[in-house]
Design a protein around this ligand. Structure first.
Ligand code: B12
Length: 304
């Protein structure tokens, strides 16, 4: 059963409007013992269809009945912790085609890619990491879940809407022996959607290779992810050289991941430290003047 607040979010009207419709018997509802109004999802979908409201009634992927219902409610009410909990079960099934179907469903429901990664995939994997830490799942299960999700995300990236080229170039890498690649991959795909040309090096690349690539690509933005479990003792020095090399060709440097803070404390200076796709996109838009909408014109000089 849905609350007044959830139904209001689904139909994009105020809670007062929902209460009025319920009290005028325009929208079916039941009262709890405490007097609260509660609504059935099917009644809301029928009401929306009959009255011209869009609630995106697309069929959720082939989850079990109860999971499909939780997913649909979570998406329609923008309750992303709920969506993440359903995604966690799906990721643990480790079937890349089903995971892709799940992600495509979110995309069709107009959940932005940044929200899919930051508010669904990431919290699901934090929970999966905890389960693994407590011995609730095996290493093999954790590997299978992350591998299948990675593959599904690669397939999803081809389905995302890409803006026209903005003429800018980014280089994305995880320095050192870091295998945690999902985060930086998501940053790379999000930038591509914004029209960036992205060179993706990914995880576990030797520092010299990354340095050589920074020199040859001369990227406008270098994105570094420091998410490795046991960072090398010389990670700070390695990253400092990468930052210097990128700046030498006029590039900016954005960093993210678990160990960024430690590097900042060591004195490594980044142009931006961000911990989500959403923050990364905001920085990239602001720093490179990519905000949508008409730009202010400079007034023409009046003749003297
Ligand atoms: C999946 C996973 C793996 C996979 C990685 C697969 C892959 N190809 O990516 C595998 C199985 C390989 C793996 C291995 C290991 N892992 Co691991 N892993 C995870 C897990 C469960 C999920 C990580 C993930 O993909 N999350 C999903 C993505 C989308 O989120 P994210 O990485 O956090 O990225 C977001 C932000 O951090 C940020 N961000 C990240 N990078 C960047 C970069 C920029 C520029 C910006 C702007 C933002 C940004 O934005 C992203 C999107 O929101 C985490 C648990 C956790 N709490 O994170 C453990 C975890 C990170 N792993 C851990 C450990 C210990 C290991 C191993 C040592 C295990 C082992 N004994 O073998 C190895 C180390 C391997 C190595 N050399 O790096 C620990 C690390 C603990 C620590 N103190 O740092 C964690 C936290 C698990 C735990 N609970 O203990 N792991």
């Amino acid at each position: 059963m849905l609350s007044t607040q959830e139904v209001a979010a689904m139909l994009d009207v105020t809670e007062t409007t929902i209460k009025r419709w319920a009290d005028d018997a325009l929208l079916a509802c039941v009262r709890t013992a405490g007097g609260h109004r509660k609504f059935l999802l099917s009644d809301i979908v029928n009401f929306a269809d009959a009255n011209g409201y869009a609630v995106g009634g697309a069929t959720p992927p082939e989850a079990s009945g109860e999971e499909a219902e939780r997913l649909q409610v979570g998406v329609l009410t923008k309750n992303y912790p709920l969506v993440a909990s359903v995604f966690q079960s799906e990721a643990l099934r480790a079937d890349r085609r089903r995971i892709l179907q799940f992600l495509l469903y979110l995309q069709k429901q107009r959940v932005p890619f940044a929200v899919i990664v930051d508010d669904v995939v990431r919290p699901a994997f934090v929970a999966i990491g905890q389960l693994w830490g407590e011995g609730g799942i095996s290493i093999a299960e954790e590997h299978a879940a992350s591998q299948a999700t990675m593959e599904a995300m690669i397939l999803l990236s081809a389905e995302l809407h890409h803006k026209r080229s903005n003429g800018l170039t980014a280089l994305c890498a995880c320095p050192g022996a870091d295998l945690h690649e999902l985060g930086i991959r998501a940053i790379a795909y999000a930038l591509e959607c914004e029209g960036w040309k992205v060179h993706f090096i990914g995880g576990n690349a030797p520092a010299d290779t990354i340095l050589e690539r920074i020199g040859s690509v001369e990227a406008d933005l270098l994105c570094l992810s420091m998410s490795g479990a046991k960072p090398e003792a010389d990670l700070g020095e390695m990253v400092r050289r990468m930052v210097d090399r990128a700046r030498a060709s006029g590039g900016k440097v954005m960093a993210g991941g678990r160990h960024t803070e430690a590097l900042v404390a060591e004195g490594v200076e980044f142009d931006c430290v961000a911990q989500s796709v959403g923050e990364a996109l905001r920085y990239a838009r602001d720093a490179f003047g990519l905000r949508p909408g008409p730009k202010k014109r400079t007034p023409a000089l009046k003749p003297a």
